[in-house]
Design a protein around this ligand. Structure first.
Ligand code: NAP
Length: 257
């Protein structure tokens, strides 16, 4: 029985689990961190919660006889990606990272790149007075000290303190279509967008709206993957690497090394 562990929490991870739907001879487990109280569950087995660092993940890989580890976590989930690289190396399990490509600016974009949320918080007051923040609930504390800018933050769950003084929280789960994004910009009189380079189509409409309105975008660079980790850009790329031709048919057996 081949066992594939998908480290998830992203749309791509769910799509991969769907594409690898369990069949005779294949066991697929998706792992979620447990940050969201009612996540959309992928097909196959699902486990929730941390492993207990790289050593805990290595134990899990060994005990559950995992053949291939797929790191399909969010590009900004840096700790789990580092743990995956360390654990996979320790127990000699092949590791593949599924990373949607970075966003690339096009004509009309006014992007200002920064290296961290903290740097974004420092630069923000120079760019606008009413900011739409789509950097995630856990990143909000980085903006707690910002003054003179009203922040509008979107979050699936209510954020925990410390929070910025001038804050409106929109409790919503994406993806959002361009019309919805446009309405948020209009309703809250947004004059600057703050986001992370998450990449992918699902969260890109806000960038198009900012471009159409001629507004600046403060965008946080994504961290690099751990050295030596092989990376593919989409689910088809993972299936190719695993040797899955279509619908769980192995071409010559999944890559083992
Ligand atoms: P992180 O900082 O990289 O990881 C922190 C700890 O959470 C890890 O050490 C691990 O605990 C646990 N963990 C993370 N992902 C896990 C997974 N898929 N399965 C089991 N344990 C996991 O992670 P994060 O940035 O907080 O992200 C948490 C989850 O949300 C990830 O699954 C990610 O794909 C998803 N997500 C993150 C972002 C983002 O912007 N960071 C955006 C959208 C979705 P142990 O050390 O105990 O194993």
């Amino acid at each position: 029985m081949r066992h594939i562990l998908i480290l998830g929490g992203t749309t791509e991870a769910r799509q991969l689990a769907e594409a690898l739907a369990p069949s005779p001879g294949l066991r697929v487990t998706s792992s979620l961190a447990g940050r969201v109280s009612s996540p959309r569950l992928p097909p196959g087995e699902v486990r929730v919660g941390g492993f207990g660092g790289p050593a805990g993940l290595a134990d899990w890989l060994r005990e559950q006889q995992v053949h291939t580890l797929i790191d399909a976590t969010h590009p900004f989930a840096q700790v789990i990606s580092r743990n995956a690289a360390e654990a996979a190396a320790a127990v000699h399990v092949p590791l593949l990272a599924l990373r949607r490509p970075s966003w690339v600016p096009v004509a009309g974009d006014r992007w200002h790149w920064v290296d961290s949320l903290e740097q974004a918080a420092t630069v923000l007051p120079t760019l606008g007075r009413r900011a739409l923040l789509t950097t995630g609930r856990l990143g909000l504390s980085a903006f707690a000290g910002v003054t003179g800018v009203h922040l509008v933050a979107r979050s699936v769950e209510p954020p925990d303190p410390p929070l910025p003084a001038e804050l409106t929280v929109l409790l919503e789960r994406g993806p959002f279509r361009a019309e919805q994004e446009r309405a948020v910009f209009r309703q809250h009189r947004i004059d600057v967008l703050v986001t992370k380079d998450s990449g992918g189509a699902a969260t890109a409409p806000k960038l198009a709206v900012a471009r159409d309105l001629g507004l600046p975008v403060l965008i946080v660079r994504r961290p690099a993957l751990p050295a030596g980790v092989r990376e593919v850009a989409d689910v088809a790329g993972v299936l190719g690497e695993l040797g899955v031709v279509s619908g769980n048919v192995w071409s010559s057996g999944p890559a083992d090394g």
